[in-house]
Ligand binder design. Structure first.
Ligand code: AMP
Ligand code: ZN
Length: 471
């Protein structure tokens, strides 16, 4: 079976034909480590994790490379705005290096909590400055650069394909991406490859280069590191949808001009997570993180499940009401699985034919441009099925969880100490809500106590009450 994905470049669903049979070279743009990742950023990493695991499920071997942007780059996608790393350093009174390492660790912890598997190679921009310099030299030799005001620019003039990924006219691209006008650019869409003349006098991260002491522009790191670890041609490149008009457009231009040939066969972009109450903004500091969800009583995997219930190419509106729904559905799923585990008998055997039918159906859905929502319905069918015995069900649940990564079968450890039926817990929570509305605090406290005695812990927030097994 081959996987079909929507290629943002051709704007068509296409079957993925690997460059090398059975193997996939995957590059995903990583985080800029100047602050915590918000749950929107993490939506993109969940989508990429599902992509990788889906390809592995159908038997492909994936080499996955992801960068860590730990070089200060500018706040907007164009060459304008504040330096993000310096912004983080001054906010927290730390050095840019401390900021970078701290937030890289935090990001990797979030990924672990979401069961996002580590890429084969994680590469830091600051450790690949030499590769970037060599890449810029190549572009220079081929005549794609010019120097102005001390900075090395990429000139888009000799690359007529420039606007192909975004499918916009040059005027639209110009209007979309740029705020400040840079008088040194020959074309407003040109971009900086190497800065020696930073507009920030206190730039700490600086390196020697043939053009003078300075630091790289943002886009160059992905091209240089991708080629170092994956070679000049790769199968799939991913990122969030916002990267299409500037970052990925620039990555393609510089990569194809440096090599003289096509770079990426399939481009995939994840749509945004949006908040029901407006935009999440890192600069205002008002954004949701995984640790905030944990504080409110959610398991990070409730959020992963929430994502899997929708399509990666559709905008997803976040609300606590929907997250609570996902939390409840996941709990229900797990409690059904718990019963399967309890009732499984040693003498039950696995019928290859029977399980194959469900595996094929699961694989068909994930191979259909990662239709995780439909794949989850196959999981429900397995759980409900009359034709499968408990051993077959467990085999399939474990098998599907290689992609879903919801810890579906570690159920017993998680809530074995909860000594109450879930529906009854929900009823008591409803009764407690009523008591609180009527200001009957004694009853509300009593219910909390009853639940706690059964190892059920309640978490109240303005969005509602959630519960978790007391560990
Ligand atoms: P950054 O660390 O800002 O480079 O972003 C990391 C990744 O998150 C990039 O692939 C972005 O495209 C993606 N991203 C940013 N905001 C959102 C959002 N609200 N929803 C989904 N992905 C996002
Ligand atoms: Zn990138």
């Amino acid at each position: 079976m081959n996987i079909k994905i929507y290629n943002s470049f051709s704007r068509k669903k296409e079957e993925v034909i690997p460059i090398e049979e059975g193997k996939i070279k995957l590059y995903t743009c990583g985080p800029t480590v100047y602050n915590f990742a918000h749950i929107g950023n993490l939506r993109t990493y969940i989508f990429e994790d599902v992509l990788k695991k889906s390809m592995e499920y159908i038997g492909l071997k994936v080499k996955h490379v992801m960068n860590i942007t730990d070089v200060g780059h500018l706040e907007s996608d164009s060459d304008t705005g504040e330096d993000k790393m310096a912004l983080g350093a001054s906010r927290e009174k730390k050095t840019v290096w401390e900021i970078a390492r701290f937030y890289e660790d935090e990001f990797l912890k979030d990924c672990q909590l979401l069961n996002i598997t580590k890429p084969t190679v994680i590469c830091r921009a600051t450790e690949h400055i030499g590769d970037m310099i060599n890449f810029i030299k190549k572009l220079e030799e081929r005549g794609f650069t010019y120097i102005a005001n001390g900075n090395v620019y990429f000139s888009i003039e000799k690359y007529p394909e420039y606007s192909k990924l975004a499918n916009l006219s040059m005027e639209e691209l110009e209007a979309g991406g740029r705020v400040e006008v840079d008088p040194f650019k020959k074309n407003p869409l040109d971009f900086v490859l190497w800065f020696t003349n930073s507009k920030f006098s206190n730039q700490i991260m600086q390196w020697e280069s043939p053009w003078g002491t300075g630091f790289p522009g943002w886009h160059i790191e992905c091209s240089a590191m991708s080629m170092k670890y994956l070679g000049e041609r790769i199968d799939i490149h991913c990122g969030g949808i916002d990267h299409i008009p500037v970052h990925h457009t620039n990555e393609i231009a510089q990569s194809e001009c440096a090599t003289g040939h096509k770079w990426v066969n399939y481009w995939m972009h994840g749509e945004f997570l949006v908040m029901d109450n407006g935009k999440m903004s890192k600069s205002s500091g008002d954004f949701l993180t995984i640790s905030k969800l944990i504080e409110k009583g959610y398991d990070p995997l409730d959020y992963r499940f929430f994502n899997l219930q929708s399509r990666y190419r559709k905008q997803l509106v976040f609300s606590f009401e929907s997250l609570i729904d996902s939390q409840k559905s996941l709990k229900k799923l797990k409690s059904k699985i718990k019963n399967i585990i309890k009732n499984k008998k040693i003498e039950e055997t696995i019928g290859e034919r029977k399980i194959e039918k469900y595996q094929t159906s699961f694989a068909a859905h994930i191979s259909d441009d990662l239709n995780t929502a439909n794949a989850l319905t196959v999981l429900s069918e397995v759980i409900k099925s009359d034709e499968l015995n408990n051993a077959e069900k467990m085999y399939l649940i474990e098998d599907f969880d290689k992609v879903l990564s919801l810890n579906l079968t570690t159920i017993e450890e998680v809530d074995s100490n909860v000594d109450m039926d879930e529906e009854y817990i929900e009823l008591l929570i409803l009764e407690r809500n009523r008591a609180r509305m009527e200001k009957n605090w004694a009853r509300a406290d009593e219910i909390r106590k009853i639940l706690l005695e059964r190892n059920v812990e309640l978490f109240d927030s303005k969005e509602g009450t959630t519960w978790k097994p007391k560990l």
